[in-house]
Design a protein around this ligand. Structure first.
Ligand SMILES: O=C(O)COP(=O)(O)O
Ligand SMILES: [Mg+2]
Length: 226
């Protein structure tokens, strides 16, 4: 339960609004194939999503979750991946259950909505648009638009500033440790969804203010808040 009603709600994209792992995995595997490397497959790629496109490509090239050095052929691989994913950004991706309905309800109830993602802007707006939810977002903040990525608070602080809403009256809804860390550091409230890309352990371990299984459950969290 939240003790304050937010004015602004910022949603993470991959793993929160959109199940994007099938298209991301296809683009990663097509890139690896062109480089003469073995496919990674969707279950592994799923664990690599959430820290932006540079990190995804480095992880795919090395097989390491936290690659230390820049892998050989990184620039070539990155360009290849960007082109492949941009051309195939919404072949198999879909909204998670309750996302369309939840956003519509929240917008109708007067909440101001944003998408704040580490995803590159070349993919973010086209994907939200293709899935019919771009219209609900007053502001879309992407990984390449801010000086730093989540878990840094910068993207959330800049978003709150854009809306001229206090961080304490703002809520982040996400699926991963990056979202919770960014929200805490920015002074946002934070709610997690359990169905996204958060690695092995459950989102409860991240100690968000609440967990909702669908965005349609958000209004009930605010009902008793002031
Ligand atoms: O890693 C990415 O590209 C995006 O991830 P996010 O939408 O969960 O921030
Ligand atoms: Mg995410």
């Amino acid at each position: 339960m939240l003790d304050r009603t937010p004015e602004l709600i910022a949603f993470d994209l991959d793993g929160t609004l959109v199940d994007s792992s099938p298209d991301l995995a296809d683009a990663v595997d097509a890139m690896l194939d062109r480089l003469g490397l073995p496919a990674a497959g969707e279950p592994r790629v799923k664990g690599w999503i959430g820290n932006g496109v540079d990190m995804l490509v480095k992880r795919a090239l090395t097989g390491d979750t936290w690659p230390w050095d820049e892998p050989p052929r990184f620039d070539e691989a990155l360009t290849m991946f960007m082109d492949l994913y941009e051309a195939n950004v919404c072949n198999r991706s879909c909204l998670f259950p309750g996302v369309g309905e939840g956003l519509k309800q929240l917008r109708a109830a007067g909440f101001r909505l944003a998408c704040v993602t580490n995803k590159h802007s070349r993919f973010t707006r086209p994907l939200l648009d293709r899935l019919g939810v771009l219209e609900f977002m007053e502001f879309v903040g992407c990984g390449d638009q801010f000086e730093k990525h989540k878990p840094d608070p910068c993207p959330l602080l800049k978003t709150a500033e854009w809306f001229a809403v206090e961080p304490s009256r703002s809520l982040m809804v996400g699926d991963s440790a990056n979202d919770v860390k960014a929200a805490r550091a920015a002074g946002f409230m934070v709610v997690c969804v359990p169905y996204g890309y958060h690695g092995g352990s459950g989102v409860e371990c991240l100690e968000p203010d609440a967990v909702v299984s669908s965005l349609t459950e958000l209004p009930a969290l605010f009902r008793k808040a002031v």
